[in-house]
Design a protein around this ligand. Structure first.
Ligand SMILES: [Zn+2]
Ligand SMILES: [Zn+2]
Length: 268
């Protein structure tokens, strides 16, 4: 089945502590954002939602954790297509330290820089995590996508960058009570809940008030923990929060680690 790729759009292939990958569709090709599954699994997921893997022109990496850079999958996917992988200097260093395969073509960027790929304007910005990590905004023809997972808190920088998005992808990682009562080691619980860990459901819901703009049409809450959270709980909280903010016009989705979401088109 051949489906015309959107001029600007977003496909979440999967998101959670076991793997993250999404596709940003632009006027001149597509970008893979994080490569946290095996190359075969990323292709399988693309097939499932009718994304042509040959349309991918580059991979952008948020940070070096395994659920964002699969041990072999990222390099294999990039090398098979002969495409470059964009990452910050600290990430390539972290990957080398962890003996993760380095792709043949890498291009370094700095958070705070801006660059264009596939007709998409890209702005990476620092987020607070326990390794060097970035969020991104992608824009073209006056439409904007914001993407931030793996952040201990929503800093004023992240708020400034993520404001005014037509589509916002934000982490809603854990339910604080479930995390507290889980059988995870104390140091892991502390790391997750710290300001260099992950965003709780409460933090994400709170941030929505400032992040949702009149033009925001789509919200995806992502990186939902398998052990310390639940998609239906996130959906319930988001629906209540959107009602409270009088924003029932925003289309909401809770990302799944297992199943890709249908492509969201942002063109007119
Ligand atoms: Zn992660
Ligand atoms: Zn991480």
């Amino acid at each position: 089945m051949s489906i015309h790729p959107p001029k600007f759009g977003f496909t979440m292939l999967g998101s959670g502590s076991s793997g993250n990958a999404s596709v940003i569709h632009g006027p001149e090709g597509s970008l893979l954002l994080d490569a946290g599954f095996s190359a075969a699994e990323m292709r399988r997921r693309m097939d499932r939602v009718h994304v042509d893997s040959a349309s991918i022109r580059a991979i952008l990496i948020t940070h070096a954790h395994n659920d964002h850079v699969n041990k072999c999958g990222c390099a294999r996917f990039a090398n098979d297509l002969g495409i470059p992988v964009y990452l910050v200097p600290e990430t390539i260093r972290d990957l080398r330290e962890k003996n993760i395969s380095i792709p043949e073509k890498t291009i370094l960027f700095e958070p705070g820089s801006v660059f264009d790929l596939c007709g998409i304007h890209i702005e990476p910005f620092n987020v607070s995590h326990d390794v060097a990590a970035v969020g991104f905004t992608f824009s073209t023809h006056g439409r904007k996508i914001g993407y931030a997972t793996d952040l201990g808190f929503v800093s004023s920088l992240a708020k400034a960058r993520l404001r005014g998005c037509d589509l916002l992808v934000l982490e809603s990682n854990y339910d604080p009570k479930t995390l507290r009562t889980s059988n995870r080691p104390l140091y892991v619980k502390r790391r997750i809940a710290s300001n260099i860990g992950h965003l709780s459901n409460d933090d994400a819901m709170k941030a929505l008030e400032e992040l949702l703009a009149p033009n925001t049409k789509h919200l995806i809450l992502a990186h939902i923990s398998r052990q310390c959270n639940d998609r239906s709980l996130v959906a319930e909280l988001a629906e209540a929060r959107l009602a409270e903010l009088n924003r029932q016009d925003v289309m909401f989705c809770a990302a799944s680690r297992d199943t890709p979401l249908d492509t969201i088109c942002l063109e007119d």
